[in-house]
Design a protein around this ligand. Structure first.
Ligand SMILES: Cc1cc2nc3c(=O)[nH]c(=O)nc-3n(C[C@H](O)[C@H](O)[C@H](O)COP(=O)(O)OP(=O)(O)OC[C@H]3O[C@@H](n4cnc5c(N)ncnc54)[C@H](O)[C@@H]3O)c2cc1C
Length: 361
């Protein structure tokens, strides 16, 4: 490398929600960044519905870090809306529809517990007329909404390179072309102080971090049309409908375990529509079907931290099915760690997985 080799502080591999928000947080702290992203149109972030919610219906609990995330998450994205003069975040409450009396009981009890008052309202508005003959009960879940993830990351792609000495390259990153250089890293003639892999489910192809255990989970999201239902709430039983305007809704989702396929199957969209129609009491017309894979971890905690041996190589992954909300706190914390050596939350720090690396190597 000649003396005029360009130097950028951070190389980030992957421009999904993880890589994008980390780049923005690093820039806030004055760092320069380069992102490489191959623009795969079935990446997890580009398929995701962007649903944001603090409640886990399966066991009527709050999600991990919920009290840090909510309501902060909405202001987090709104601050980018203001800077970029754009719109991609909506706070939309949810009507959580009960399946049986046990659920009515569990949700009602929870709503009375301290710490849940900001999330749950037992005096829920009426369900849509078409559901009345089916006789369901529901609760209103607050502080829920939707991030239009594709719009957000596409806008960030335009804004990130506007900062001094920062770049966004649309294209494939080749792991074997990354060269170590006395603590720095060189890729395509640019020298970097630190490299962060935010490569989503592609981590299984990443020679540095593929020892981290993943349980990838395929999923389907539909865009559908339904006439004559008020679009004031997300409607959720097990499957859900998320209003996006003009009588259009996003519908989800399915879970296919340990499967990297992004090939849509008619049987999956048929199944989802059938399930939804069974409680909605209205016909649903399919507009679009997308299939992606969630970067899910069995322990349900993301992976952040430095490689056990290779200095200045980091990972940011494992956001599972909660990327849109988790990044609103994790990206800032990770940027503080990378620049100011702030400690990482022990639950996400990959140090705990180092024995797996040494066993494999
Ligand atoms: C069906 C489905 C529904 C979902 N619904 C929701 C939801 O409602 N709410 C929610 O919060 N989350 C949801 N998720 C999960 C959410 O999408 C993920 O948590 C999040 O998108 C993960 O972001 P990421 O940046 O880690 O990974 P990704 O989005 O996969 O980003 C990684 C990026 O890196 C690129 N890349 C990888 N390797 C390379 C390489 N070698 N060179 C160049 N580029 C590379 C990929 O193409 C991709 O663009 C859903 C996911 C799916 C699949």
């Amino acid at each position: 490398m000649g003396e005029k080799t360009k130097h950028v502080d951070f190389l980030i591999v992957g421009g999904g929600i993880a890589g994008t928000t980390l780049a923005l947080e690093l820039q806030k702290l004055g760092a320069s960044v380069t992102i490489y992203d191959n623009q795969f149109n079935r990446s997890s972030s580009r398929v995701a519905a962007g649903l944001i919610s603090a409640m886990v219906p399966r066991n009527v609990r709050k999600t991990w870090l919920s009290d840090q995330i909510f309501p902060h998450v909405f202001n987090y994205y709104k601050s980018f809306e203001d800077q970029w003069n754009a719109h991609f975040i909506d706070e939309i409450p949810t009507l959580q529809i009960h399946k049986n009396l046990r659920q009515v009981h569990n949700w009602t009890i929870r709503a009375g517990e301290p710490g849940f008052e900001k999330y749950l309202n037992i005096n829920a508005p009426q369900l849509p007329e078409c559901m009345k003959p089916l006789n369901f009960d529901c609760i209103e879940v607050l502080l829920t909404g939707r991030l239009d993830v594709t719009k957000f990351i596409d806008l960030a792609k335009v804004h990130i390179p506007q900062k001094e000495n920062s770049f966004y390259f649309e294209g494939q990153f080749y792991y074997n072309e990354l060269i170590g250089d006395s603590g720095d890293w060189i890729y395509e003639e640019i020298k970097y102080s630190k490299v962060v892999f935010a490569d989503g489910v592609n981590i299984h192809l990443n020679p540095f971090f593929n020892y981290l255990p993943f349980n990838p989970s395929g999923g389907d999201i539909l865009k559908v049309k339904i006439e004559g239902i008020p679009q004031s709430h997300i409607l959720k039983k097990k499957e859900w409908l998320l209003p996006i305007g003009n009588n259009e809704w996003l519908a989800g989702s399915t879970y296919h375990s340990d499967n990297y396929s992004t090939q849509e199957k008619e049987s999956d969209s048929d199944w989802l529509i059938q399930e939804l129609e069974s409680w909605l009491g209205k016909p649903i017309q399919l507009i679009e079907h997308k299939r992606g894979v969630r970067p899910t971890v069995a322990e349900r905690r993301p992976y952040l931290g430095e490689h056990p041996i290779q200095q200045n190589l980091f990972v940011y992954n494992g956001l599972g099915s909660k990327g849109s909300s988790l990044v609103s706190v994790l990206s800032e914390q990770f940027a503080q760690h990378l620049i100011n050596q702030a400690p990482l939350n022990s639950e996400v720090n990959i140090e705990q997985y180092h024995p797996l690396f040494f066993a494999k190597n």
